[in-house]
Design a protein. Structure first.
Ligand SMILES: Cc1cc2nc3c(=O)[nH]c(=O)nc-3n(C[C@H](O)[C@H](O)[C@H](O)COP(=O)(O)O)c2cc1C
Length: 312
């Protein structure tokens, strides 16, 4: 699996264990790095800068293999400056940017030799980040878990590949080696794999969440904005079904009010993040579990090592 991505990073396989809010932890990162792939952890998973620094240092103490950090680069992330500084100080190998303009990140990382990969969902945006100096794009397709894109991999990868000069990494719907071969045939230089790693021994989420990935199937994945205000793929549990039918008129009214719209959005987002956090880590009837359709092929909870074996 040698491609321009594996060469750029110096890893055996051109596979990134994708950053996952509330899920990715140090144990998963080490599991990935020890097995020939690379991995990225969301800065958002750390409550404080000290927590982030000590986690990144723990990974570095274990291995010299290259790994990355995911930064949310829009205005909602008030901790961005500090998070970026920590990445620069500790010289992580790469940063994955999502949800905003990555220009400042790229400008600060370039002199340090830190690569910047930007999440994109279409050609327009991909061209913009390439012009800003991104080292690769992560093409998030319609099968991805989390904030998925609109285009199928079969359309997105060839389109980006023919128009860009930087590597295209495919994200979404990958759960076995055959899926990776398909992405490479379409022209991807690497893949970013999330959902199937949630059902790992190492993942920092509750057993209920992991078991749900085994028990539910692709047909049970829906896209909803009711949790955080932005469309998110979740398992359609009875609790999520109850949210659908309860599409609060008060919320709609506040969102239609010019003065209150911004603050309402922030409140919805913050409430959504809290409910996701509770559901991911504690037993609760409010079962909002983020996952993509690739749960279809999850039949048991495995070690990160065994999951990587099934991909390589
Ligand atoms: C539970 C979960 C949490 C995620 N959190 C983030 C995140 O914090 N930042 C980000 O850029 N992408 C996030 N993603 C998207 C993944 O990085 C990746 O693009 C996606 O998982 C790829 O699709 P797949 O799940 O089908 O493998 C998340 C995805 C999942 C399933």
């Amino acid at each position: 699996m040698k491609t321009s991505l594996s060469e750029m990073l110096g890893v055996e396989h051109s596979i990134i264990m994708a950053p996952m809010f509330l899920v990715t932890n140090v144990e998963m990162m080490i599991g990935a790095l020890d097995n020939g792939i690379t991995a990225a952890i969301p800065a958002l998973n750390f409550r404080t800068d000290d927590d982030m620094r000590s986690a990144l240092n723990e990974i570095k103490a274990h291995t010299s293999k290259p790994f990355g950090v995911n930064l949310i680069v829009n205005k909602s992330n008030i901790k961005l400056k500090k998070q970026l500084q920590t990445c620069l100080d500790l010289e992580v190998a790469f940063i994955i940017t999502s949800l905003g303009n990555p220009e400042e990140i790229i400008n600060k990382c370039k002199p340090k030799g830190i690569k910047v990969f930007c999440d994109v969902v279409d050609l327009n945006y991909a061209k913009k980040v390439e012009a800003s100096g991104a080292d690769a794009v992560i093409a998030v397709n319609s099968e991805a878990g989390g904030h998925s894109g609109n285009l199928a991999q079969s359309e997105l990868i060839p389109k980006l590949n023919s128009e860009l000069n930087i590597p295209v990494i495919s994200a979404g719907g990958i759960s076995c080696k055959g899926d990776i071969d398909k992405a490479f045939e379409l022209g991807a230089q690497g893949v970013s794999v999330g959902t199937i790693f949630i059902a790992s021994d190492e993942a920092g989420v509750s057993e209920d969440y992991k078991n749900a990935l085994v028990d539910y199937s692709a047909n049970d994945i829906i896209m909803t904005s009711h949790i955080s205000g932005t469309p998110l793929t979740v398992i359609n549990t009875p609790y999520v079904k109850s949210l659908k039918s309860n599409n609060g008129w008060i919320k709609r009214k506040l969102l239609n009010n010019k003065k209150l719209k911004k603050i309402t959005k922030l409140i919805i987002m913050s409430k959504g993040m809290n409910s996701l956090k509770k559901a991911a880590t504690k037993p609760t009837y409010k079962t909002v579990w983020v996952a993509g359709p690739s749960i279809e092929n999850i039949t048991k909870i495995n070690s990160v090592t065994d999951i990587i074996k099934s991909l390589t």
